[in-house]
Design a protein around this ligand. Structure first.
Ligand code: G3P
Length: 219
């Protein structure tokens, strides 16, 4: 499973990239607004930190505007992945970009029917938002299972399932168990994956017993 980091906070991206666990980055207009940074500048900086796909979302809602914006975004760096919403205009723009070899992440997916359309449009990634479905009492992870199962029926579908709107480590593990290709994680969720109290307790006990042994460290 690939891990993307869902943020435009460059300090967080640098820190987490140093763990070797970051395969890409996703942003959206809300994340860019929260960063307080110039859109093109922060995307360029992120593309220089992470080699993998960096999703940058268009804000136009018409296909002509999406293509115009997307072409500018694609020029920022080789690893820019154009993000478009799951609308008819977004799917038309997706087809335009992927047929020209530019990666596209189709976002704001909330149903298997939408995911089917995105795969037919040649999307590189589909971003189903599990947390937002859970937030309204629906089963976000069931959507992931449905999309992975649906896509696996067709060899010619190359769209990768990029699980988004992740709220906790259980979402990540469940998505991996289902065979989702990518999870895009808020920095705090990525950090929390490593935490377990028994690991901390066990290491402390090992080190305490080593101290008691009176032996010197090997190096
Ligand atoms: O990548 C999509 C993600 O940023 C949405 O997450 O928490 O706003 O539902 P959230």
């Amino acid at each position: 499973m690939k891990f993307f980091v869902d943020t435009a906070d460059v300090a967080e991206i640098k820190d987490l990239a140093a763990t070797g666990m970051v395969d890409g980055v996703t942003t959206n207009p809300s994340i860019i607004a929260k960063s307080g940074r110039d859109f093109a500048e922060v995307i360029k900086e992120i593309c220089g930190i992470v080699e993998g796909p960096v999703s940058a979302e268009v804000t136009a809602t018409d296909v002509k505007g999406m293509i115009k914006e997307g072409e500018k975004l694609a020029k920022i760096a080789e690893n820019v992945c154009i993000k478009v919403p799951l609308t008819w205009d977004g799917l038309k723009a997706c087809k335009h970009f992927t047929s020209n070899g530019t990666q596209v992440n189709v976002t704001l997916c909330f149903s298997a029917a939408q995911a089917l359309l995105a795969a037919k449009a040649g999307a590189t990634f589909i971003s189903p938002f599990v947390g937002r479905l859970d937030d309204i009492g629906q089963d976000g992870m069931q959507l992931i299972d449905d999309i992975v199962t649906m896509y696996s029926q067709y060899d010619h579908f190359e769209t990768e399932v990029l699980v988004a709107s992740i709220r906790n480590p259980v979402h990540v593990v469940d998505a991996a168990m289902m065979g989702a290709h990518v999870a895009t994680l808020p920095p705090a969720v990525l950090r929390s994956l490593i935490s377990h109290p028994l690991t901390d307790k066990g290491l402390a006990a090992f080190l305490a017993d080593w101290e008691k042994s009176g032996q010197k460290k090997i190096a």
